[in-house]
Write a protein that binds this ligand. Sequence first.
Ligand SMILES: [Zn+2]
Length: 301
Amino acid sequence: MLETVVPGVHAWVQPDGTWWVNNAGAVAGGGEVFLVDTCATEARTRRFLAAVAETAPGAPIRMAVNTHQHGDHTYGNSLLPESTVLIGQEHMREALRTDPIIDGCPPFWQPVPDWGDVTRRVPDISVRDRLTVYAGGTAIELLHPGGPAHTTGDLVAWLPGERVLFAGDLVFSGLTPLVFMGSVPGAMRALDWMAGLGPQHVVPGHGPLLRGDEIAPAFEMLRRYYEFVLETAAAGRAAGRTPLEAARACDLGEFAAWADAERIVLNLHRAYADADGAEIDLIAALCDAVAWRGGPMPTSV
Ligand SMILES: [Zn+2]
């Protein structure tokens, strides 16, 4: 549902926030709308756009940003009006341009997602470091964390006047974070960087909104998780274990309650690859995550 974060700023929070079930957002004012992300499927994106149209009747979606390349935030792009100017980080644009999964999802998830009638639509404007846009008089800063974090092409949408941060997947709220296409230390640095902005409201890429006093403890728990990944990777490499063996041997402790626990395997693959100075094998990592679970990863998309 579309939740009002502050007047004119809305978050599309989709429970339960697991695989392919993302959050998005809308800033409405001055007779126009700025959108943050779309959704994975045609049906979910149409529901989001209908809710936005109900909240801001007759207001055109003049601009939109993709916070990163992943399909749950981008595959619905083609359902935006043709006149909408779409913005994304330069690495994000290239990654979506060459993304194979929009053409057919591999059976790593169950049920296998069906995107519906969507086509590949990449940003019209690419951003390297930062860009400020004005939507109905509201300043929206689109900021890159400076290096790989969740992916190599992340952007957050920061509203300094309202102190609202659309964090994309730099923040998972109450779910296991995923960094296998980015960087574990980079994701930790991004937490400090976002905290430095001083947000009062954080719209995570997945999971419930974070407000006020909820933000610092949530960031701290993510930091502890990333430290745990790095420690588990270091111990696993020292013991000659594969990422899958290291994941099977570790005790997730306080993180076991988070959904999508199998992401430990994916995150360890990233930590191992970076420690080895190697390229990550994404398909091998996903196969290992399925092996850790004992079957395909569940989604309700
Ligand atoms: Zn993502």
